[in-house]
Write a protein that binds this ligand. Sequence first.
Ligand SMILES: NC(=O)c1ccc[n+]([C@@H]2O[C@H](COP(=O)([O-])OP(=O)(O)OC[C@H]3O[C@@H](n4cnc5c(N)ncnc54)[C@H](OP(=O)(O)O)[C@@H]3O)[C@@H](O)[C@H]2O)c1
Length: 285
Amino acid sequence: MKTVLVSGSGGQLGECIRDLETNYPEINFIFADHSKLDITNSEKTNSFFGQNNIDWCINCAAYTNVDLAESEQQKAFEVNEKGAENLAIACNNNNIKLIHISTDFVFDGSKKVPYKETDITNPINVYGLSKLKGEQKISETLKEHYVIRTSWLYSEHRRNFMKTMLKLSETRSEISVVDDQIGSPTYAKDLADVVMYIIKNNIDDYGLYHFCNKGETSWYGFAKKIFELAGRNINVKPIPSTDFKTDAKRPSYSVMDTSKIENTLGFNIENWKTSLTKAISKLNE
Ligand SMILES: NC(=O)c1ccc[n+]([C@@H]2O[C@H](COP(=O)([O-])OP(=O)(O)OC[C@H]3O[C@@H](n4cnc5c(N)ncnc54)[C@H](OP(=O)(O)O)[C@@H]3O)[C@@H](O)[C@H]2O)c1
């Protein structure tokens, strides 16, 4: 029986992996949330890994508040860079394979066609830089690793854009949403599925991959589709990013090319609209 540790299991992706637990009776899952395992504590992380006979670690732990990271730089790097390094060291010491999640925000958004894994990174905010440093620490420290970059995650769990929009539609008749940032909304359950597919099949094509749902849209297009699928009657007004001030800059284009993961793993990826339809009906259950 394989043992899989899910670090940061209390977050959105961690919860999506927990939802899949019953599909994998042959796997022994250890769900460790922030209170059970703090990945910034190198000693405790190493001893936790040493004590539990783990085969794979899925790291769902991260500092994910993109705007707050601008004023809490040290905290963001502590979790996203040092925490990632601590995990890679603990995996190396204990012969454990690591699947780590990174972000489209490692790119500056200057491209006009989807980013490949070989494209040059150039983060334009603290969060993106801290995540990039984490990727680098992992690839320098541990051979048996996957770093999977994803984008615009949403699901029925925790706080995310889909849930925020639906909540706002309960009290508002109009909402303004940015239409000049283009990306690929990604259902966190689809990401959880591909992670579990790698583990179940013991795939050893380690390295860096891009995973997001197919197709692209703006936050405005994403919001419109959420309201349409949820049957909410609300007027959505497109606005430029300059009219919606945030502490962190965001790339204007961060669509990722997923052909490497599709070709290497033979994994089919859904269009974002198909996955959003599933997420909304799950939310309505
Ligand atoms: N959400 C997105 O749109 C998005 C987009 C691209 C990439 N990603 C990446 O996808 C991954 C999963 O994101 P998500 O949406 O599931 O994030 P999330 O919901 O914010 O979950 C992150 C989890 O990490 C935990 N955590 C924070 N610091 C920790 C520490 N020092 N030790 C252990 N756990 C810690 C948090 O616990 P507390 O809340 O208790 O601190 C939280 O449960 C992350 O690597 C993120 O960078 C996310």
